[in-house]
Design a protein around this ligand. Structure first.
Ligand code: HEM
Length: 345
């Protein structure tokens, strides 16, 4: 989570969280918003009485606090750009150009609120999804030593003693690509996608669906359809060998990024981050399952760990971040020991 957050803030917002005053606000924003998104909101079901219930449960107040923290975070990030004119080529610079009318949007005038709305989308949609995909892939590998051995052998063979691992290397890692596809398939990060609202009365599968109905696409169930998938509960990356099925929204059997107009607009960045992180971890470390369901990462030269740091996170963006499914420690320095503890529920 911290890694994906840092990358997205660097690439999207042109800011480095490490040691910056934005780092603390960022933590509050991310954890707070995930908690709020994952909470039950009575207003979603009972418009009037729900507002009263949400005030009594404290959800309303929490939303207000998170919203203020988020607004401050975006204000500070934008200010940082306005003070440093040499920051270019990131999302904030582009949006500020659009606000000033330097980049054409036709008749549409972008305001500061639009800019903040877009930044909010990028931040919330990018950090958790990427972070949890990596964590799930690690979990499946730890639980499947056969696959772990095979993918690690492939990565070490292809990377050998290269200092820099680049996106070109990904193309040569066929089995890793299958492992990631299988991770998306068995544990999709958005199991119900983003809800759609029906714009007119329609019929789907023989059912009448009236205008304005919300539709949730159950990707989790689609990925487990025994008429389409063999062994739908087992982690077998080889199922994608010689298969044309891809995750880009055109094969409806596999929809980790959704499909249609609202498909994830950042598949490229998400996939690059997931691949490069896993390649680095598989290449540089041996992972070992210890007693008591702990997962320990060790350096290949057998250096032992020294420090532990804990972060709580949920496993999908449809669940509350209160769920302490994962406790993880990842000191992200090239030559410092890495130790990772995971509690499997
Ligand atoms: C492995 C990583 C990722 C996964 C699995 C993922 C998955 C998804 C899914 C399932 C949706 C909903 C699509 C639908 O309902 O049809 C979505 C939407 C979205 N994603 Fe991603 N995503 C990932 C990475 C990212 C990254 C890195 C960013 C931005 C930096 C991003 C930005 C967005 C945005 C802005 C939307 C909303 C699009 C809209 O509302 O039209 N995603 N993503």
């Amino acid at each position: 989570m911290k890694l994906s957050g840092s990358v997205i803030c660097r690439v999207g917002f042109g800011i480095s969280l490490d040691g910056s005053k934005l780092g603390n606000t960022y933590e509050e924003v991310i954890h707070g918003s995930m908690e709020v998104i994952g909470s039950f909101a009575a207003t979603d079901y009972f418009l009037v009485i729900g507002r009263i219930i949400d005030r009594i449960t404290g959800l309303h107040g929490k939303c207000e606090r998170v919203f203020k923290a988020m607004d401050t975070f975006f204000d500070q990030s934008i200010e940082h750009h306005l003070e440093n004119e040499n920051i270019k080529d990131d999302i904030i610079s582009l949006l500020l150009k659009m606000e000033r009318g330097e980049t054409g949007l036709g008749e549409f005038q972008l305001t500061r609120n639009h800019t903040k709305g877009i930044l909010l989308n990028v931040l919330l949609a990018g950090v958790d999804t990427t972070g949890h995909t990596i964590t799930w892939a690690m979990t499946h590998l730890i639980k499947n030593p056969r696959v772990m051995k095979k993918v690690q052998a492939e990565v070490r063979e292809v990377i050998k003693n290269k200092d820099d691992i680049t996106e070109e290397d990904i193309e040569r890692l066929d089995y890793l690509k299958m492992v990631i596809k299988e991770t998306f398939w068995i544990t999709p990060i958005g199991p119900l996608l983003i809800p759609r609202e029906v714009s007119k009365d329609i019929k789907i599968g023989g059912y009448d669906i009236p205008k304005k109905t919300w539709i949730h696409v159950n990707v989790w169930a689609i990925h487990r359809n025994p008429n389409v998938w063999k062994d739908p509960k087992v982690f077998i990356p080889e199922r994608f060998m010689d298969s044309q099925i891809d995750y880009k929204g055109l094969n409806f059997e596999l929809l980790p990024f959704g499909s249609g107009k609202r498909i994830c607009p950042s598949i490229g960045m998400g996939m690059a981050l997931v691949h490069l992180t896993l390649i680095n971890l598989l290449y540089r470390f041996d992972w070992k399952l210890t007693e008591g369901m702990n997962v320990v990462l060790r350096y290949r030269d057998n250096t032992t760990h020294k420090t532990t740091l804990e972060t709580h996170q949920a496993n999908t963006f449809n669940q509350s971040s209160k769920n302490p499914r994962f406790l993880q420690d990842l000191k992200n320095k090239a030559h410092s020991p890495i130790y990772l503890t995971q509690h499997l529920v």
